[in-house]
Write a protein that binds this ligand. Structure first.
Ligand code: SF4
Ligand code: SF4
Length: 348
């Protein structure tokens, strides 16, 4: 499928065409100068020169609060009604790290037990990516985590080459969308040259921040299991769970049955949970497997940099830097990844 060109002044026309079939969700400016993924009513709300959104787009596939089913008991019959509400959605302008994170979640929700709620939304979604040619800010480390340069997980990928976007077409669905619209033209040699220039600049603008190849991260974390860094860093932790909420790859949840007092009807809901909350590992009888913040912090880092690799073959951190940016105690996953290299040197 040959690359196309989308003039910037035609983006609104393309978005309006998409809106005839889909809910379009994309980065928009929020209060206090932050960006976040929002359903777009008017194409002028879409901001494509954003740096990073506060939260990832995962909530459009895996909502923070989801009614899974409702039941009603009538006479001798139980009526169970599954509640998968699916809106066909285009995620527009998604950066490579968030596409990579979606790819991680696809594995999480489809390996072994398939999650029909996540998959129903995911299968009806279109992803239109937007490449980055410089880091969002000093907190991002996507180059180290391998999520900067991706070649799949999207239907179309836009690259800003001045007054127009170079559009790579990755799927038949992406190709169909292009064919339905009259705003695209085939890329010409000047466009290919502009793309090459973008890629060269991109390569120069991103620098490694972790002092080792992250293929060694799982081993280094294992080596640091008994390190003092967990307690030392967690001393400042408020156990607020903010880092879990905004992480694009955190997927833990609770299932709760809510019954009416008559026990004749009720609903089953799924709510996000977070491993940094004190109650996360609490079980019946009040026992808690991870009562200390240090244990919880270690668990989170192990999960991202070791256990998810074992389970799904991919690291569970894409280096978006959201947790570092938003932690009220300035606890940093990037610094921790740097510190474990030093800790490992000290023990050699
Ligand atoms: S690490 Fe930071 S964001 Fe996460 S629970 Fe602790 S204080 Fe909250
Ligand atoms: S752990 Fe932090 S840096 Fe890594 S993917 Fe989650 S929010 Fe982004």
């Amino acid at each position: 499928m040959l690359p196309q060109i989308l003039p910037k002044e035609k983006v609104s026309t393309f978005v309006r065409m998409l809106q005839q079939t889909y809910r379009v969700v994309g980065p928009a400016l929020k209060e206090r100068g932050f960006y976040d993924y929002q359903p777009i009513e008017d194409p002028s709300e879409l901001v494509l020169d954003y740096n990073i959104t506060v939260a990832s787009p995962k909530r459009y596939f895996f909502p923070a609060f989801d009614v899974l089913l409702k039941y009603k008991k009538e006479q001798a019959q139980d009526i169970l009604k599954s509640q998968v509400e699916v809106q066909r959605t285009v995620l527009f302008g998604v950066h490579p790290c968030d596409i990579y994170a979606t790819w991680v979640l696809d594995d999480v929700f489809s390996k072994d037990t398939k999650d029909p709620y996540y998959l129903a939304r995911r299968e009806r979604a279109v992803i239109i990516g937007l490449d980055c040619n410089k880091p969002c800010d000093e907190k991002s480390f996507c180059l180290d985590m391998g999520s900067l340069n991706i070649d799949k997980g999207f239907d179309l990928m836009l690259t800003d080459i001045g007054d127009r976007y170079y559009v790579e077409v990755a799927t038949d669905l992406g190709q169909n969308l292009i064919e339905q619209s009259d705003v695209f033209t085939a890329a010409a040699s000047a466009d290919h040259a502009a793309l090459q220039k973008f890629k060269e600049e991109k390569q120069n603008n991103f620098k490694h921040k972790i002092p080792y190849d992250t293929k060694y991260l799982p081993e280094l974390l294992e080596h640091s299991y008994d390190s003092l860094i967990w307690e030392a860093n967690a001393r400042r932790c408020f156990s607020c769970g903010q880092c879990n909420l905004i992480c694009p790859t955190c997927y833990c949840f609770d299932i709760i049955d809510e019954d009416e007092i008559t026990l004749k009807e009720g609903q089953r809901i799924r709510k996000w949970d977070g491993c940094q909350l004190r109650s996360f590992a609490e079980v019946a009888g009040g026992e808690n497997f991870r009562p200390n913040a240090g244990e919880r912090l270690r668990h989170r880092m192990m999960r991202k940099g070791h256990y998810m690799k074992l389970l799904f073959g991919k690291l569970g951190c894409v280096g978006c830097g959201r947790c570092d940016r938003n932690c009220p105690a300035d606890i940093s996953v990037l610094r921790t990844y740097q510190q474990i290299a030093a800790a490992s040197e000290a023990t050699v």
